[in-house]
Structures are given as structure tokens and as C-alpha cells.
Design a protein around this ligand. Structure first.
Ligand code: ADP
Length: 413
């Protein structure tokens, strides 16, 4: 089955075309025909395309809105120029969408019908920045391919539906949960699920034997405690603002600070929230950048004090979460790193793991240095009771596989 995977943001559309079916899933032989992204939708858009040969190309097109962008994309991936081998729109058999928020209703991936659309609309107030784009993506795909092509929603929150009450409730008046569904939802669920699945494939374990802490460290960052293959706690909360230090997000802060900062700086509460989302984290502390690669360079080459401080706070917070999740699960078998930072920075991994020797984690420096650029493997010593791994996340592949499984009525393994 040829599946178009769409991940729609405010002005960016990420896409892939994946060939998958039951046999390919079982033998890990899914095929990626093309991937890329369209940026600056609404003007002169920049399109980056990477074909099956791994070669990246850039081009531009005037795409006035998302509908035009998806229509262009569907035309392109089925043209000879794309190199996919697809020759007509009819050869795209289904569309898989990343949908950020599934609220309490969506506990797994679902085929999109009018009731599901309504359900996603209902969660807009929980994810006002994301779900509207996802809905527009679904409408655009329907316009481009027709209503006969099945579409599937894969939710960022769904993997965390197994959180127990004591992990998802905040210690605030209970009626706020009943009345307004104020609770921890958690995000990055597709990523944590993808990492956990790959790790258990690599280590030959059954799902029930998976007891790990996954760290998705990219621009957005989150940690997840996975026990018996299920998410039992995660660092992002009601919104993706809570938890770890991120590129521009603060992660955990004292809630009383909102009012205090608003009063001192003459800001409204929404302005303070925007400050915590867009001007904080690595960018806020360093005053330089949200890009970890650049921060590491500044800290190393120019000994920039605040760049170093930002890195230290980032790693310290991550280590605290690992420690708390080890306590929550009564220990774990591995810490698994993923995301742009987690997959590419031996230095950050070393700093996070340094100080976890008490928990039985001993890093092999040579193995750690070797794991960059999409390589996967273990970087703790053979004797280390708690292992450390890098397992690159692959959300798009999981979205494609879920799309196939939902349409074919096959349960995930
Ligand atoms: P997103 O959350 O937007 O998907 P990514 O997972 O791509 O982001 O991660 C982006 C982050 O990964 C950036 O901070 C970038 O600097 C960082 N990164 C990428 N390569 C490296 C590297 N070699 N060393 C350190 N950080 C890196």
C-alpha cells in the first residue's frame, strides 16, 4: 500500500510517501519513495525533496495556501520528475496524518470520518496552535485525492492514554479535571512509541518486557517512562510546555511566576505564556540561540558562559527526569536517546548520563562518540546494569504503518 504521510504545521508541511503492508512491517522492509517539506506556504514556498536515492533537491513554487500546497504535492509525487515511480493520483492508496491532540477520546489511531473530524474539532481548545492546522491538512488531502481515499489520524497524545490517574492528575481541585479536562496528556507519543518498538526489536524483547526511559531531545523535548511496553509517565503535560528544557520552551516552572512576570514586565498572561513558549529554554538562558549545535560551538570555541549554563541546565533537568522515572518504575533496563540532539550529540548524552553511575549506568566513551548521523546502538559498557542506547525516532514510518493497520484492520504488535 502506498501511503502519503502528512505532518502539517502553521506554515510548513512535512511529507513522505511510504510503501508498507503486513509483510513489510513484519520483515522491516517498508520503502520510502520520497520525503521532504514545503516551507513558507502562503507565498513563494520553498520545497525540499529527498528521493529514495537520498539526494536532496530544492525548488520553489507559488503556493497560496495549504490546499494549494497539498494539491501541488500530490501532483508532484505522482509525476515522472519525482522519481517515485508513481504515475497517477490513484496510486496513493491512503493518507496518514499526524494529529497533535486527541484529548481523552482518541486512544489509538483511527480512520477519519465525520465523527472523528468532529472529535478533533472538539479538542481545538486544548491545542489551539496545532489541531486547526491538522484539520486543514485533512480537508486539503480530501480535496486533492477525493473522499474515496481513506485517511487515518495518528495522535501525539494517544500513546500516553495508559498513564495512571496518579500520573496524569495535577494536585489542583479535582472538579477542574471533571469540568475542563485539566490533566496531563503528554505529547511526542508517536516518537516514544516508535523508539520503544525499535528498541525491543533490536534487543529481541517482548512488549511486556520493555522497561525503559525514552528521551526525545530535539527542538521540543520530552521524557517518557515506559513499563510493560506502555507509557506510565511523561514530562509534557496539559500542553507541550511542561517538563524538560527545550529550544525555546522553559519546561517546568513555578506557576506563580506567570502573574509575577506579568506584573513586573507589564505583560498580559497570554504574552507571558508566549514568552515561556518562544523566548525561553536554551534561547532564553543563552541569549544566543535555540540551536544546540551552535550552543555547543559557542561554549567550546568562545567559552561563552551563558551558552555553557544553558547546556548545563538542559542536561541537569534531563538527568533529574531520568532519576524520577527510575524511581517511578522501580528501575529500568535502558535509557534510550532520540531526536536531533539525542541522536547526534555524544557530548549532551555524556553530560546527562554523567551522575547516573549510582543507578548502574556506565558509558563507553568510544561507543558514545560513534553514534551520530542516524546510527543506532548501545553506548554503555557491556557490564553496565543500566544500558544506554541511541535509537533514532521514526514517527513517519509509524504513522504509515498505523495507517495501513487501521485500514486493514490489523492490530499493532
Ligand atoms: P524538531 O524537534 O524540530 O524535530 P530535531 O529533532 O530535528 O527538531 O532537533 C533539532 C535540534 O537538534 C537542534 O537544536 C539542533 O541543533 C540539534 N542537533 C542536530 N545535530 C546536532 C549535533 N550534531 N550536535 C548537537 N545538536 C544537534
Amino acid at each position: 500500500m502506498n501511503i502519503l504521510v502528512l505532518n502539517v504545521g502553521s506554515a510548513t508541511l512535512k511529507f513522505q510517501v511510504v510503501v508498507t503492508d503486513a509483510d513489510r512491517i513484519n520483515t522491516d522492509r517498508d520503502e520510502r519513495l520520497i520525503r521532504g517539506q514545503i516551507e513558507r506556504i502562503g507565498g513563494e514556498s520553498i520545497i525540499t525533496i529527498r528521493g529514495a536515492d537520498g539526494v536532496s533537491r530544492k525548488r520553489t513554487a507559488s503556493l497560496r495556501d495549504l490546499r494549494a500546497a497539498v494539491d501541488w504535492l500530490v501532483g508532484f509525487v505522482t509525476s515522472e520528475e519525482s522519481g517515485t515511480g508513481l504515475t497517477s493520483r490513484g496510486e496513493l492508496h491512503a493518507v496518514g496524518h499526524r494529529v497533535v491532540h486527541g484529548g481523552e477520546r482518541f486512544r489509538s489511531s483511527v480512520a477519519i470520518d465525520s465523527s472523528v473530524l468532529h472529535g478533533i474539532e472538539e479538542t481545538i481548545e486544548l491545542a489551539p496552535l496545532h489541531n486547526p492546522h491538522n484539520l486543514r491538512g485533512i480537508e486539503a488531502a480530501r480535496a486533492a485525492l477525493g473522499s474515496g481515499v481513506p485517511q487515518v489520524a495518528v495522535f501525539d497524545t494517544a500513546f500516553h492514554h495508559t498513564l495512571p490517574e496518579h500520573a496524569y492528575l495535577y494536585a489542583i481541585p479535582y472538579p477542574l479535571y471533571r469540568r475542563h479536562k485539566v490533566r496531563r496528556y503528554g505529547f511526542h507519543g508517536t516518537s516514544h512509541r516508535s523508539i520503544a518498538y525499535r528498541w525491543r526489536t533490536l534487543t529481541g524483547r517482548d512488549r511486556a518486557d520493555v522497561r525503559i526511559v525514552t528521551l526525545h531531545l530535539g527542538n521540543g523535548c520530552s521524557a517518557c517512562a515506559i513499563k510493560g511496553g506502555a507509557s506510565i509517565d511523561t514530562s509534557m503535560g496539559f500542553t507541550p510546555l511542561e517538563g524538560l528544557v527545550m529550544g525555546t520552551r522553559s519546561g517546568d516552572i513555578d506557576a506563580a511566576l506567570l502573574d509575577y512576570i506579568a506584573a513586573k514586565e507589564g505583560l498580559t498572561l497570554p504574552q507571558v505564556e508566549a514568552l515561556l513558549n518562544n523566548q525561553s529554554g536554551l534561547l532564553g538562558i543563552s541569549g544566543l540561540t535555540n540551536d544546540m549545535r551552535d550552543l555547543l560551538a559557542e561554549a567550546d570555541e568562545h567559552q561563552d558562559r551563558r551558552a555553557k549554563l544553558a547546556i548545563d541546565i538542559f542536561c541537569y533537568r534531563a538527568r533529574k527526569y531520568v532519576g524520577s522515572y527510575l524511581a517511578a518504575m522501580g528501575g529500568a533496563d535502558a535509557i534510550v536517546f532520540a531526536g536531533g540532539v539525542g541522536e547526534n550529540s555524544p557530548e549532551i548524552r555524556r553530560q546527562i548520563c554523567d551522575g547516573l553511575q549510582w543507578a548502574g549506568l556506565h558509558v563507553d566513551p568510544t561507543a558514545n562518540e560513534a553514534l551520530t548521523h542516524g546510527r543506532e546502538g548501545r553506548f554503555s559498557t557491556d557490564e553496565s546494569p543500566l544500558a544506554a542506547w541511541v535509537v533514532p525516532t521514526d514517527e513517519e514510518l509509524l504513522i504509515a504503518r498505523d495507517t495501513f493497520r487501521v485500514i486493514a484492520g490489523v492490530e499493532p504488535t
